[in-house]
Design a protein around this ligand. Structure first.
Ligand code: HEC
Length: 171
């Protein structure tokens, strides 16, 4: 059946499709049967606007989801963050196992500290923090004060302590 031009136009102008037909009947002089079903179409001009709104909402949801993903990343435990910082900055000297046997250790005249030694585990957090920040001059241990934030140094210590627990000395 070929649609009457007026009918076709009115259908095209109906963004809400079927639900609008009962109302259209009066506009079009009864050419469209009441409750006639017209498939809903989103690609019409008016529908296009609707689509844009849907896409905007979709984009907003995607943004919210992705930003919550970023939040999840910052919610890593300090130990995990410390491990990342360690892997990037310290591993090549102090080694994967924190035993001072990193790939660069051989090129140093003084071997990097092995954090598992009794002596190292006896040291308090404050002492480690001081060494990390100020370095050990002439020993190949840089000072990290300008490179790492206080928080990053604390994360590092948390990681070192989790792998090589401190020895508590009770008097
Ligand atoms: C270029 C090699 C090198 C790099 C990179 C390096 N260190 Fe060291 N580190 C050393 C050397 C050498 C020592 C001195 C060992 C000693 O005193 O016997 C040392 C000592 C230390 C000490 C003192 C340990 C103790 O028991 O007294 C700490 C803590 C330490 N490093 C942490 C770090 C951290 C954290 C990083 C990464 C941010 C790092 N180091 C990067 C070489 C390095």
């Amino acid at each position: 059946m070929v649609a009457h031009p007026a009918e076709a136009t009115s259908r095209r102008r109906s963004p809400a499709g079927a639900t609008m037909n009962g109302h259209e009947k009066s506009l079009c002089g009864g050419r469209i049967t009441t409750f006639q079903t017209v498939p809903l179409r989103d690609d019409l001009v008016e529908g296009g606007l609707e689509m844009t709104t849907k896409m905007l909402i979709g984009t907003m949801f995607a943004l919210i989801l992705s930003s919550s993903g970023a939040l999840a990343e910052t919610r890593l435990s300090t130990t995990d963050l410390g491990q990342r910082i360690y892997q990037r900055n310290c591993l090549h000297c102090h080694g994967v196992r924190l035993d001072g046997k990193g790939p660069d250790a051989a090129s140093l005249s003084v071997p990097p500290a092995n954090f598992h030694t009794y002596l190292s585990r006896l040291k308090g957090d404050a002492e480690l923090e001081k060494t990390i920040k100020q370095g050990k001059r002439f020993l190949g241990m840089h000072n990290w004060e300008d490179t790492l934030t206080d928080e990053q140094v604390h994360d590092l210590i948390a990681y070192i302590r989790s792998a090589a627990p401190p020895v508590k000395v009770t008097p």
